[in-house]
Design a protein around this ligand. Structure first.
Ligand code: PSU
Ligand code: MN
Length: 308
């Protein structure tokens, strides 16, 4: 039996073509669309990410579950439906996909959910804004994003602006070390902090172009089943002002405490409070960084494809 047979998957035509002609493909997530950004910016950002991947010479594969089928490459109206705040689709980590498929429902995939699907299909590169990680206060709550374990399990190069600055960045880097996930700076020796270029930690490895990244990931994959985190800082011009960033963090933490928010809702509530406290400046920064990450992911996917 085809090992993929139990999973209903529908590939967009351009993804099918890319795979048969050996072109690079970049998986894109949809939780950022359904839960991470306000409407209608969320939809604009999704389209801009796809355009950035194309401009880099690769093919975008935006992933979600629609009507119980895993969709790899979404039509504009499907993307619009996911972005509709009134629909409030499920947020799917890797563990949620099977149940969502069986129930015939709709859902937006996180980094973990997206790279699980990508790995099953042999898609080697994915782009997001900020990876999930260890939450502040995890000592009590045990709240650590499944993105970390997923990166240790699925061989996908994830391009992200570090992890979200609402997290315990130091603890997250320690977990990535334990899990054996390589963290490589893209033209930086400092770990990026999502809305800010520098989260305050040195990186051991920095690579300077997509061809080098492709070589690193190819070599790594021979030795290890894990993915690789390519840490790409937000552009200087798009960085959030330090004082605004501090105000956003305080508001994000207050919102979670006030609402006693737990589980999957924590990150979306924090991002929304951050946006409110910064007058939308965090949304503009998020948009800039995720589109830039999609472009870099496109260049890495292309470099990997050219090595075949
Ligand atoms: N990057 C963004 N915005 C987001 C996310 C990433 O700029 O909303 C999403 C991703 O889908 C990531 C998720 O996997 O946030 C992490 O959620 P959690 O902390 O619940 O694991
Ligand atoms: Mn969590």
């Amino acid at each position: 039996m085809d090992p993929l047979a139990p999973l209903p998957v529908v590939l967009a035509d351009e993804v099918v073509d890319a795979r048969s002609s050996g072109r690079g493909v970049v998986a894109l997530e949809t939780t950022i669309v359904a839960h991470g950004l306000p409407h209608p910016v969320n939809l604009e950002v999704a389209a801009a990410c796809e355009a950035a991947v194309r401009a880099a010479g690769a093919v975008p594969a935006t992933i979600a579950v629609v009507g119980g089928a895993v969709r790899v490459g979404l039509a504009p109206e499907e993307l619009a439906a996911l972005a509709d705040p009134d629909r409030a689709v499920a947020k799917l980590s890797a563990r949620d996909v099977g149940a969502c498929v069986a129930s015939g429902g709709d859902g937006a995939t996180t980094v973990a959910g997206t790279i699980a699907v990508a790995a099953a299909l042999g898609i080697a590169v994915m782009a997001t804004g900020g990876l999930g990680g260890v939450h502040r206060g995890a000592r009590e709550t045990y709240d650590e994003s499944a993105d970390l374990v997923a990166l240790s399990r699925y061989p996908v190069c994830v391009v992200a602006s570090g992890v979200k600055s609402i997290l315990d960045v130091g603890a997250t880097l320690e977990r990535l070390d334990t899990l054996g996930v390589p963290v490589v700076g893209y033209r930086t020796g400092r770990f990026p902090g999502f809305y800010r270029r520098d989260a305050g930690f040195d990186l051991e490895w920095s690579l300077a172009d997509p061809v080098q990244v492709a070589r690193a990931f190819d070599a790594h994959r021979v030795l290890s089943p894990t993915g690789l985190l390519l840490a790409h800082p937000i552009a200087e011009a798009d960085e959030l002002d330090d004082d605004l960033h501090r105000a956003g963090l305080a508001a994000a933490e207050a919102a979670v405490a006030r609402g006693a928010v737990t589980g999957k809702a924590v990150t979306p509530v924090m991002l929304a409070a951050f946006a409110g406290a910064t007058g939308g400046a965090s949304v503009a920064a998020n948009r800039a960084l995720v589109v830039a990450n999609a472009g870099l992911a496109g260049r890495v996917a292309r470099a990997l494809a050219e090595r075949r």
